[in-house]
Design a protein around this ligand. Sequence first.
Ligand SMILES: Cc1cc2nc3c(=O)[nH]c(=O)nc-3n(C[C@H](O)[C@H](O)[C@H](O)COP(=O)(O)OP(=O)(O)OC[C@H]3O[C@@H](n4cnc5c(N)ncnc54)[C@H](O)[C@@H]3O)c2cc1C
Length: 455
Amino acid sequence: MPAFKTQTISGWGRFPQAEAQLYRPERTSEIKTILREHTQAALIARGNGRSYGDASLNSGNGVVLTERVNRFLAFDETTGLVTCEAGVLLKDILDVFLPRGWFLPVTPGTKFPTIGGSVACDVHGKNHHGAGSISRHVEFLDLLLASGEIVRCSQTENSDLFWATAGGMGLTGIILTVALRLQRIETAYISVDFVRTRNLDETIELCEARDDSYRYSVCWIDCLASGNALGRGVLMWGEHARLDQLPSRLAKNPLQSRKKRDVTVPFTFPNWAINPLTVKLFNFGYYHQHPKERNGAIVDYDTYFYPLDSVLEWNKIYGSRGFVQYQCAFPLEVSRKALTQTLEVLSRHGLASFLAVLKRFGPQEGLLSFPLPGYTLALDIPFNNPNLLETLNRLDALVVAEGGRIYLGKDARMSAGHFAQMYPNLEKWRAIKRKVDPENVFSSDLSRRIGLSEF
Ligand SMILES: Cc1cc2nc3c(=O)[nH]c(=O)nc-3n(C[C@H](O)[C@H](O)[C@H](O)COP(=O)(O)OP(=O)(O)OC[C@H]3O[C@@H](n4cnc5c(N)ncnc54)[C@H](O)[C@@H]3O)c2cc1C
């Protein structure tokens, strides 16, 4: 019988928490044994716990940690195709391949997720408007099904299963191996153009006018600004810097950005530490710290893509009750109106968010993948507001009414009723799930809460 350890775990938001039975296999063959011999009613894979809510939790059931199943298996220097086990971190890929001139084709705002978890959430990055989400760059993946069979899936081979697994939140099986196409780069730096915008209209107008000219685009939004300044922010467009764009001191070692010392948040902050006043001060300072416009700033890739990763365990600043990330997306035609309404609700209820990020999405494959052509807004909100859950539930209704959706990789509280109205391919996905996992061996707290596995 494979050994497990009973432990309380959570996602990155530290809400909710769940006691589960954790397996920690060292290799793929042990994962197969766990699947064959586990004693719990259900199993779910867990990568590095960087999804915010309950996607990798399984109360009273089994959780298969992939952190030790993390070997590189192959690399093709001519095409940039890397094949690795599911527990390899995005950071591992960068550490090994960036010095050789290769970068991730798509990256979320942290480099600590595993590649398996990234495919299961079908993560998007600042280049979604042009590059789509990570699944578009996956050459193939090997999936362990509930039956014990291992199936290779790609966009051309077992493609139904591929598109049900990319964004399928671990519910079609356990991803064992991923082959990912990396992109060529000349330097470890990004050339960034900044513009400080006055309000949401200007933010969206500039995104529409200029996003297509850049590989990367993201806008930090001051979500506590109101009235004429509602939706003001700092737009940051980026391109991988070419060698001839680097100043000579950086050009000597173009693929080696200087290592900064990481700091760790040493303890859990009190629950009142993040409040409307501290957030307002932070937002005001951040907004005014940027010039009205600046072009061609050269920043290292960590600063541009992973500003939060340099503060390890930063989730502790939200206090012992944790926080939720609310990330919604709206179709293009209603984005301006729906985002205005969302920001007004947040501002009215004083729901403080240090971090509010707006991005433009392009077209998207994947039955349960989150992006849709339009705009997405992501907000981190602490649990120190008694109206939080009720307000977010009301916002969900607005998202449904406008044809939008909530990101499962961030969600910790959405209702099954709202979820069912957000994902139009849900029944197609369920039909595939029914075929490959008729007994619901793979389920999680998330899947039960939002009724994903109910056939
Ligand atoms: C600071 C920060 C910034 C972020 N920015 C973004 C962003 O810009 N864009 C974005 O899309 N996401 C973003 N995220 C979310 C995060 O990138 C994703 O949730 C990611 O998928 C987490 O990977 P993980 O390995 O930690 O997976 P976990 O959180 O452990 O699991 C997530 C899901 O993947 C499943 N899973 C994990 N491994 C496997 C496997 N081997 N086989 C099958 N299923 C598996 C789990 O069952 C679960 O459903 C961010 C998160 C943080 C903390």
